[in-house]
Ligand binder design. Structure first.
Ligand code: MSP
Length: 535
């Protein structure tokens, strides 16, 4: 995309019935890396995240804990969900709660418009409902077990818990009217739903025929009231999906320009909720005459022991268990590098530890400290001027230029793992370059002083490019490196470096003053909690 274009990216809004696990943090980190990349590239970026607070699931949890749902939500937002953002270093621009007045007003305005325009009618819903998913279920979505506590009952395939049978008067959204328009959308905008596996599943699902959707409930009152019938509250998903537009001004006449500037968005969601985002949501927007999202990306699941990790199955791991030992940068790097974005991935402490040691500590961290230490030792802390460039130096320049453009193109396709892998070619090439050029040997011979300067300039300038290109993924380590390189005083803030120009050679001025750089990724004590976790 061209610099200055709008890039609005969202995470799902999280249910506040429980505390976050690393699956939730994974979605946050992916969206944050995309946002940081685009922000640093000069795009008009906005990252939205938040919490989903209405519906039966939250109501029941609050009741079981003896508090009102609003009290419960307030408590969880402050004690768990906002702190998650700190834990994994998310630079969000906004945080929306579905209990915010700005959201509730927008939701009421939206549903009123659909009602006035004839997209909503009154009917009766009779069927299954999973409170865990907050979703109306078809028989296909259910399974039966023959043994255990739930023998003979119909269970939700996702939660393995019994579904409820509902029979109530509801309002319905004429979603079936949009079947053809949705199929046309998937055909004309092939990257609307990604990755391919999720896209195929969505198209299959819509081709089978769409039913109208029940969008209100009348047996409890924790939600946004239906404006023309206060005995109903709006179905929690219909309410929740609207956060993406209410947050940027939909429904507020004074924020029309802001809405036009931001919308449509790129939605990053787990593949389990892709249907809501790629079917129901665009149908709602079509009914309201609003533009559909730019893209919906359904990422894979983090698995533990081969199953989707979840709190209810007691396989949940708190993000802090990882960041307390390895730090937030390593968390961000590990999940986005190790798992091709879109695939499922198994988490293991051993794998995390191995990659931390090999790639972050030995690969990148050591490279940075060695180069800074040599500039300190051989050039009194002042980045030398390069002399004549030889083939080996030019090869590094080409690697940097290629890595920068390949990574940008990969981010554009939401292939975050490919972007990181592309940038990592610089780490690997520079390590090989140092081994071959052996600056510590050049330093022993006064006749190779000029060559030593070229080699260490090449290495320092390579690190400059690495700091810029890795800052969306490793914001803390790259900030430390940036100031150790003396780049802060020479070039200004790391965040202000134009990311799409990161591959242009020769930006770090000779004469920049380097300062001591302790290990960017310190050794992890074997006896720490990681070892305990691995046991
Ligand atoms: N509240 C809804 C989303 C509404 S968006 C308008 C919801 N919330 S959630 O808290 O249950 O899940 C939020 C996100 O976390 C989903 O994208 C879900 O896929 C993701 N994950 C939950 N468990 C996960 C894993 N084990 N692995 C990866 N992501 C997982 O759904």
């Amino acid at each position: 995309m061209a610099s200055g274009d709008s890039f609005y990216v969202t995470t799902p809004i999280f249910y506040v019935n429980d505390v976050p696990h690393i699956g939730h943090a994974y979605t946050e980190v992916a969206a944050d890396v995309l946002a940081r990349w685009h922000r640093q590239a000069g795009d008009d970026t906005w990252l939205l995240t938040g919490t989903d607070e209405h519906g039966q699931k939250i109501l029941r949890t609050a009741t079981a804990n003896g508090v009102t749902p609003k009290e419960w939500a307030d408590r969880l937002v402050e004690s768990a969900w906002k702190p998650l953002l700190e834990t994994v270093d998310i630079a969000n621009d906004d945080f929306i709660r579905t209990t915010d007045a700005r959201h509730e007003t927008g939701v009421a305005a939206f549903i009123a418009q659909l009602h006035n325009d004839g997209h909503i009618y009154e009917g009766e819903y009779e069927g299954y409902y999973c409170v865990g998913c907050e979703e109306y279920k078809q028989l296909d979505d259910l399974m039966e077990t023959e043994s255990g506590d739930y023998a003979g009952r119909l269970l939700c395939k996702i939660h393995a818990l019994p579904v409820e049978v509902l029979k109530e008067k509801n309002y319905f959204f004429r979603m079936s009217d949009f079947q053809q328009q949705l199929l046309d959308l998937y055909a004309s905008q092939p990257d609307f739903v990604q990755p391919e596996s999720v896209r195929n599943e969505i198209i299959q699902f819509v081709k089978q025929g769409l039913e109208d959707l029940s969008i209100s409930r009348s047996t409890f009152d924790w939600g946004v009231q239906v404006p023309w019938d206060p005995s109903h509250v709006i179905y929690v998903w219909f309410d929740a999906l609207l956060n993406y537009v209410t947050a940027v001004g939909y429904g507020d006449p004074e924020r029309r320009d802001e809405f036009r500037r931001r919308w449509p968005a790129t939605h990053i969601v787990g593949k389990d909720i892709a249907r809501f985002h790629a079917v129901i949501w665009p149908a709602m927007l079509m009914a309201a005459g609003l533009p559909v999202p730019h893209r919906v990306f359904g990422h894979g699941w983090l698995l533990v022991g081969g199953e989707k990790m979840s709190k209810s199955k007691l396989t949940g791991i708190a993000p802090q268990q990882i960041t307390d030992v390895f730090g937030s940068d390593a968390f961000r790097y590990y999940f986005l590098r190790a798992i091709p974005f879109g695939n499922d991935g198994s988490f293991s402490w051993e794998d995390l530890s191995a990659r931390y040691q090999a790639e972050l500590a030995n690969g990148f961290g050591n490279l940075a400290s060695r180069v800074v230490a040599m500039v300190t030792r051989y050039f009194d802390g002042s980045v030398p001027a390069p002399g004549e460039y030889l083939d080996a130096d030019l090869a590094i320049q080409r690697t940097v230029a290629t890595a920068a453009s390949t990574a940008d193109a990969a981010i554009e396709r939401l292939a975050i793992h490919e972007a990181i892998a592309a940038v990592w070619t610089i780490v690997d090439e520079l390590n090989g370059y140092l081994t071959e050029q052996a600056p510590w040997v050049l330093a022993k011979d006064p006749t190779t002083a000029a060559r030593l300067g070229t080699v260490l300039y090449t290495a320092s300038e390579g690190l400059r490019a690495l700091a810029v290109l890795l800052s969306p993924v490793l914001p803390k380590a790259t900030a430390t490196l940036w100031s150790a390189l003396g780049a802060e005083s020479a070039l200004g803030d790391l965040a202000a470096q134009p990311l799409r120009a990161a591959g242009e050679w020769g930006q770090l001025p000779s004469g920049s003053r380097v300062s001591a750089l302790a290990g960017l990724f310190p050794r992890i004590e074997e006896s720490g909690p990681a070892a305990a976790g691995a046991a």
